[in-house]
Design a protein. Structure first.
Length: 497
């Protein structure tokens, strides 16, 4: 029997990866519980298991008293002296017990306690193990497909791949190998459930880490990922070694590396974008394959106003607004897209709505002072603060109030023509359906064509270029297409998201 117990403990330890010391402790607790069922719930039970021989010793301890109040814990002096003649009040006697005294029910109780404790220990181990693996890549075998949800056999556990976390139009069969990232670990009454995902941006990130040695070695760094699973993704990369081309490392020879990832994702297109510390350059590159003519940065609003050629607008927007939407998520900047013709229309309308400061007839001296201070229109006067006006020589608080009043009266009597032009806004937090609707409408009006030159000052020069090896592989990467401007120097970092 002793050898059987030792063999059983060794087998459970090996198969369930449960600590042997915990099993021994649980076995002792189970036997103690069985003894208390027979001798009383308050009995002081001692159980010792020998790891060397497998022998189990069981005993109960009782305190010698004059009057017994708890028979499970106490014994009278007369009864105690029957076991030990020198027993006195206050002594504690130990009474060894044979396991055979407990019967089958007691042994069964100990067995059930052991099984329950092993299950709990296994659940705790799985929860700790996979909680540490959240965001990491795992590989398993499809065990079952139930109403679109996939049960995956993992090491020491099962993974649950919900239908919502599967790439659209993908198909999984029993016995197939599948890779995914650990999204979460949920505790439940049946044990921890390892939730997997193949649509999360981290899945794309981990695939690149596994396929590109330069990323695994931290020579090339993934700065951000934006993804619409099954359709298109954008990933920005940066090389910490100037001798290593970040984009080329990710693409691989003849697109071999990225094609492996594209196949894993079921044909999902991947745009690899060179990261830049200059946000205007980064946003310009993120809108690839479209070429950007000009970028205006509004740092306080975390917004970019981007101008592209008329024949590049549909490329910049993408199907259903997808390209611009992903660019906004990748960079963390809100992107306002407009075509060159619409920008010119906006400028012309703004010029037409200008009301020269001379219209107020403030007098030659006052007018010259305002113009010298940079206030050339009625609108600029109205937008100025009292503090700014009072900085002008000869203008005090009363004069500043009169100037503001004159501007308001004139604009009320002569309202300017409203300046407006079509513009599409794409936000990092925008809802896909909303952005897609506006993107499709604009794309229907624009015609996809060539590309614009890199400098904002250079005139547009359409170029029909043959596809590169990267583009043939399903990958695109942008080049700087806007003149770098002073401004914010930090990028928003990775998605989560």
């Amino acid at each position: 029997m002793n050898n059987e117990i030792l063999d059983a403990l060794s087998q459970i330890t090996r198969e369930k990866s449960v600590d042997r010391a915990l099993l021994v402790e649980t076995l002792e607790a189970g036997l103690a519980s069985a003894v208390r069922k027979k001798y009383g719930a308050t009995a002081d039970v001692q159980v010792q298991f020998s790891n060397e021989t497998g022998a189990i010793s069981v005993a109960i301890r009782k305190t010698v008293v004059e009057t017994v109040e708890d028979p499970a814990l106490q014994i009278t002096v007369e009864e105690a002296r029957a076991h030990r003649a020198s027993a006195q009040v206050g002594d504690v006697l130990t009474f060894p017990l044979a396991i055979a005294e407990f019967g089958r029910n007691a042994i069964q109780t100990a067995k059930q306690v052991l099984i329950q404790r092993v299950r709990e220990a296994e659940r705790d181990r799985v929860f700790r193990e996979y909680s540490d693996k959240i965001g990491t890549l795992v590989r398993g075998v499809v065990q079952q497909v139930d109403r679109g949800n996939v049960i995956v056999k993992l090491d020491h556990s099962e993974g649950f791949l919900p239908a919502r976390e599967q790439i659209p139009r993908s198909y999984h069969r029993q016995g197939d190998y599948v890779r995914a990232v650990v999204l979460n670990v949920d505790k439940s009454a049946k044990g921890p459930q390892v939730i997997l995902s193949r649509t999360h941006p981290d899945f794309l990130r981990r695939l690149f880490e596994s396929e590109v040695p330069e990323i695994a070695e931290s020579i090339v760094e993934i700065k951000a990922v934006a993804r619409e699973a099954g359709a298109r993704s954008k990933i920005s990369v940066f090389s910490n070694d100037p001798r290593v081309d970040a984009v080329g490392s990710c693409v691989g020879l003849k697109g071999s590396r990225v094609q492996s990832i594209v196949r894993e994702l079921g044909g999902e297109r991947i745009d690899i974008v060179p990261w830049s510390q200059d946000p205007t350059v980064f946003v310009s590159r993120s809108l690839s394959p479209a070429r950007v003519m000009d970028v205006k940065l509004f740092e306080d609003e975390k917004r970019m106003h981007v101008v592209v050629a008329d024949d590049q607008l549909s490329l910049a927007i993408g199907k259903g607004g997808q390209n611009a939407r992903l660019a906004a998520r990748l960079t963390g900047w809100k992107i306002d897209l407009t075509s060159k013709s619409e920008e010119k229309k906006r400028h012309d309308l703004a010029q037409a709505s200008r009301i020269e400061i001379e219209k107020l007839e403030l007098g030659e001296v006052t007018t010259e002072k305002l113009i010298s201070a940079g206030i050339e229109t009625v609108q600029e006067l109205l937008a100025a603060t009292m503090e700014k006006l009072m900085e002008i020589p000869g203008v005090g608080e009363k004069t500043a109030e009169k100037l503001m009043g004159a501007a308001r009266e004139y604009l009320d009597a002569h309202p300017p023509q409203a300046a407006s032009a079509d513009e599409l806004a794409f936000s990092p937090e925008a809802d896909d359906s909303d952005a897609g609707a506006s993107g499709e409408a604009a794309a229907a009006e624009a015609t996809a064509g060539g590309t614009e030159g890199e400098s904002a000052a250079a005139p547009p020069t359409p170029v029909e270029a043959p596809p590169t090896a990267a583009e043939e592989a399903g990958v695109a990467h942008g080049e700087p297409s806007a003149t770098p401007r002073a401004g914010a120097l930090a990028n928003e970092g990775d998605d989560r998201a």
